[in-house]
Design a protein around this ligand. Structure first.
Ligand code: DOR
Ligand code: ZN
Length: 357
């Protein structure tokens, strides 16, 4: 990583996004460029309608992503399988061996967007977990308890205690990524785990605490799952990403929903941060005085965990302030409420990705 002596630009190995929602159809078309213009690869979440539960569906989705890319952008979508209780182990293994599935995503049923087909009882997928442990296929976990008696702000911590600790005891060699962690408990769990346990951390959970959702009224733009937590958790996440530990790496969880969908009677969870994700992380690393650690978090620890080569391309961030537009330029369709509000809308960010490499 080249740090300019005046620190007015940083060139780093091109990063990857280890957790993104690219959607499908018109939404895919509108958002994929934002990810692909900065990230060389991305782990693509499978929670479509219907979810990606076959090798063929993942291959077809990969092709749709590639054909939605703006001309000439090199970008590799890494596909994931959506685990259901009747997913067959041999299908999962074939998809992994044929390089279609990079990993498999575990959603507890009803935990989040399009998770109804997820897993209600972890014991029902023992066979799949055994297979994954044997072949070295990573399990990507949405770690939230869904029992309605458990307070929404405690769901991640409960999930770790009730489900993740026993699961990792049963499958000690299973490679596990706790996705989008939001709590001090998760930070501690992951940093004291073995080399087969890691976590992704989003930009929004580094910038906002739960107050953001209620500041001056109900602010659906800041509603995502797992929901943002108290300030002490945000600070623990900031310490985790800036601490230079390889078990924490970049995963934006960029999850676009139109303004109309976010503001409906049952507003959707998800924050669309793809357009300024790298700048958003850079801001955090700078505020914490460790810009020199951004590259490892963004571009090295992820591939190392997944056993993939590092990218050999680079990207430059320039210290040039920009105001994030109130509305994302890429239109979903002509409808007046069918637009996306990006994370940091209307705010000033201190860094800008240079597009003339
Ligand atoms: O906020 C979220 N949005 N969390 C998730 O787990 C899913 C995602 C989505 O797909 O919209
Ligand atoms: Zn997600």
């Amino acid at each position: 990583m080249a740090l300019d002596p005046m620190l007015d630009q940083i060139t780093l190995r091109q990063p990857d996004d280890w957790h993104v929602h690219l959607r499908d159809g018109a939404m895919l078309q509108a958002v994929v460029g934002s990810t692909a213009r900065v990230f060389r690869r991305a782990i693509v979440m499978p929670n479509l309608r219907p979810p990606i539960t076959t090798v063929e569906a993942a291959e077809a989705y990969r092709k749709r992503i590639l054909s939605a890319l703006p001309d000439g952008i090199p970008f590799t979508p890494l596909m994931t399988a959506y685990l259901t209780e009747d997913f067959a182990s041999d299908v999962l293994e074939r998809g992994y061996r044929e390089d279609v599935f990079t990993a498999a995503k575990f959603y507890p049923a009803h935990a989040t967007t399009n998770s109804a087909a997820g897993v209600s009882d972890l014991r029902a997928i023992n066979g799949l977990l055994e297979t994954m442990e044997r072949i070295g296929m990573p399990l990507l976990v949405h770690g939230e308890e869904t029992d309605s008696d458990v307070d929404i702000f405690d769901r991640e911590a409960f999930f770790i205690e009730r489900h993740l600790v026993p699961l990792m005891n049963r499958y000690p060699h299973l490679r596990v990524v706790m996705e989008h962690i939001t709590t001090q408990e998760a930070v501690q769990f992951v940093e004291t785990g073995g080399a087969n346990l890691a976590a992704t951390i989003t930009p929004h959970h580094l910038h906002i605490n739960r107050n953001a959702m209620f500041s001056g009224g109900f602010r659906s733009d800041f509603y995502c799952l797992p929901v943002a937590k108290r300030e002490r958790h945000r600070l623990a996440l900031r310490r985790a990403v800036t601490g230079g530990q390889p078990c924490f790496f970049l995963g934006t969880d960029s999850a676009p929903h139109s303004r109309a969908a976010k503001e409906s009677a049952c507003g959707c969870a998800g924050i669309f941060n793809a357009p300024h994700a790298l700048e958003s992380y850079a801001e955090v690393f700078e505020q914490e005085g460790v810009l020199d650690r951004l590259e490892a978090f963004a571009s090295e620890y992820g591939p190392a965990f997944y056993g993939l080569p590092l990218n050999n391309t680079s990207i430059t961030l320039i210290r040039r302030a920009q105001v994030v537009p109130a509305i994302f330029e890429g239109q979903i369709d002509a409808g007046s409420f069918e637009y996306l509000v990006p994370f940091h809308a209307g705010e000033m960010l201190g860094w800008t990705v240079s597009l003339d490499q």
